[in-house]
Design a protein around this ligand. Sequence first.
Ligand SMILES: *Cc1c(COP(=O)(O)O)cnc(C)c1O
Length: 384
Amino acid sequence: MSSRGLPGFNTRAIHAGQEPDPATGAVIVPVHLTTTFKQDGVGGLRGGYEYSRSANPTRTALQEALAALEQGSHGMAFASGLAAEDTLLRTVCEPGSHVVLGGDAYGGTFRLLSKVAARWGVEHTPADLNDVDALRAAIRPTTRVIWCETPTNPLLNIADIALVAEIAHEAGALLVVDNTFASPYLQQPLALGADVVVHSTTKYLGGHSDVVGGALVVSDDELAEQLAYHQNAMGAVAGPFDSWLVLRGIKTLGVRMDRHQSNAARIAEFLLGHDAVASVLYPGLPDHPGHAIAAKQMSGSGGMLSFRLTGGEEPALRVCERAQVFTLAESLGGVESLIEHPGRMTHASAAGSPLEVPGDLVRLSVGIEDVEDLLADLEQALAS
Ligand SMILES: *Cc1c(COP(=O)(O)O)cnc(C)c1O
């Protein structure tokens, strides 16, 4: 049980929004593949359902589960993480608004702000969220949003959510936290003062690399109403089958995360002791610069880790190509282990910007396979 008397996390993951179907007793929420709903007389909606862009029962179940996991009051499910981000930005910003974007944010978030939102007059400034003076200096009277990713992708930097929330609120801005890497199992930003949680449910929440989706979770009723209005008006909603897949993934989030992070911790230790590795970026390591803050605001260190090669970019590319159990692919958070080169792959769009990542960096999404097989694979991939 949590301090608020809610059922425990795994109980919520399995039951919140997922009562057995009242008509049939089906234990699992059905996939409501319907665009429209019969009305009992003009305007006589059953349960508020009218048209599936506006609301669909499978999506409602997912949205309730998302809100319960993040300890928010309202969840909204979208067609992708970026669709959620776009809807959020266009709800809370207007031409002339300004966004402070923390450190090494997800490349797609940076692209959305720099290439799309910028054309509509929404400006942004990258800032190191760990440098309070730099953060304060980046804030303008028009700043509407401080965008915080923690841990970051791919450098695994940690920001102090409670501290950044305080600074955001002093400035009259909203704190948005992209909680994709930690997942709500390890970190609940709303409880730490954030105003909006963003997810790419494509990653840990879905968890099986078979669905692209996104989410927003908030606690403020007025903000929720504005977001829900834009979710419907802009239309980038999660479809019923995609919603069902994410809901199915969520049921096992807790047990998956436990295994993801115990495997990641073993791999971090192994890499630390390897000659070809210059450094390991994993918040669970005591010498990680964000270790103390991570320990304060997260209940574990997660399944993502990056490392830098002593020999530069060439060996980094070689490790990615030689790995066999680790699949060379973008994305993360699925049950299978993935390896990638951020500089040439996920973060190629940040090249030449302040968010550019080093060429000797390799990122792992540590899956839930047997850890001995993962260690043996890295051993052979690193052998010169
Ligand atoms: C993948 C990802 C996104 C974007 O989500 P999509 O579902 O790919 O649109 C945003 N933030 C982070 C941290 C991500 O990893």
